[in-house]
Design a protein around this ligand. Structure first.
Ligand code: CU
Length: 167
């Protein structure tokens, strides 16, 4: 087994173990909706859950917020192979066959964390990036914030994740 593959399995095992180690109620079927179908309340719940995740200490590592823990895992998925001499690249969760399974587990954990901190069932919506109307729904003040101000180096200036409101 290549070292790169072994590292990837280790990452998935850690994420999977953490996901399975907590006793839980039987899970409801989760439906990921088109972002254009979300109600105003569903958008507000999603944004509120992200803000709550950002202000909650990670249960895995108290150095990080729960949100930043996901950023950290994603960072590690990029760089955990960097010191191995026989690697072709250092991106075990990207640019290879593990991309889909790794991100499936990752997003599942993120969705569960959002639901855990908010006390509501939160599902990550999907969007059609080729549809301008779909993009306008994602990059709006009531969801992810606008597209940024070109006069301020594309700084996001509205919505919950605007500059000064999101670190
Ligand atoms: Cu990724």
């Amino acid at each position: 087994m290549k070292l790169q593959t072994a590292c990837l399995f280790l990452c998935l095992l850690v994420l999977g173990f953490n996901s399975c180690s907590k006793s839980k109620e039987p899970e409801q079927i989760r439906v990921r909706k088109n972002v254009m179908s979300l109600t105003a309340q569903e958008k507000a719940d999603f944004v509120g859950a992200i803000l709550k995740l950002k202000s909650t200490v990670s249960p895995y590592d108290s150095k990080y917020s729960y949100y930043d823990q996901f950023v950290r895992w994603h960072y590690l998925a990029f760089y955990c192979m960097n010191n191995m001499s026989n690697m072709q690249h250092g991106y075990p969760a990207h640019m290879g066959p593990a991309f889909l399974p790794w991100h499936r587990v990752y997003l599942d954990l993120f969705e569960k964390a959002l639901s855990e901190v908010s006390g509501k069932q939160i599902n990550i919506p999907y969007w059609d990036w080729t549809d301008p109307a779909s993009l306008q729904t994602v990059f709006a003040a009531d969801f992810m914030g606008g597209n940024g101000d070109p006069m301020q180096n594309w700084t996001v200036t509205n919505g919950a994740f605007r500059k000064g409101n999101w670190k």
